[in-house]
Design a protein around this ligand. Structure first.
Ligand code: 5GP
Ligand code: ZN
Length: 111
């Protein structure tokens, strides 16, 4: 989608601090981190939210979920991590390109 910020990040038109990418996803640091580690895992294709998911996306979603523990380990989060997916305005979603928040670090308990 041409007017989607995260599509622009995927395309490299908007800069981001990428920590991982493959043919299906891009992972980058949240610009306003809520914890020591705060990553966003997004699909390369534009899906607005969990509401857009169809059976053909099952493999993509599984891939995104299975990446999380690996990313957490690479970020040094040995003790665990938190995953948040805001869906819709009522769920606190601000950017309407599906993303998984991966949060972790010593201060996480206070959030
Ligand atoms: P939401 O509330 O939609 O689940 O979360 C959107 C997240 O995207 C927020 O945590 C916000 O800080 C992050 N964000 C918004 N704009 C940018 C940006 O331009 N670059 C990066 N790296 N993160 C962004
Ligand atoms: Zn998008």
């Amino acid at each position: 989608m041409s007017d989607c910020l995260f599509c622009k990040i995927v395309a490299g038109e908007v800069p981001s601090d990428r920590v991982y990418e493959d043919d299906q996803v891009v992972v980058f640091k949240d610009i306003n981190p809520k914890a020591k580690v705060h990553l966003l895992v997004i699909p390369r294709i534009h899906l607005a939210s969990l509401e857009d998911l169809q059976p053909q996306h099952d493999q993509l979603i599984a891939h995104m979920m299975r990446l999380l523990p690996r990313l957490a380990r690479e970020q040094g989060l040995e003790g665990g991590f938190r995953t948040i997916v805001n869906t819709g305005r009522g769920g606190g979603q601000v950017i309407f390109h599906l993303h998984l928040h991966l949060l972790g670090g010593p201060d996480l308990r206070t959030f």
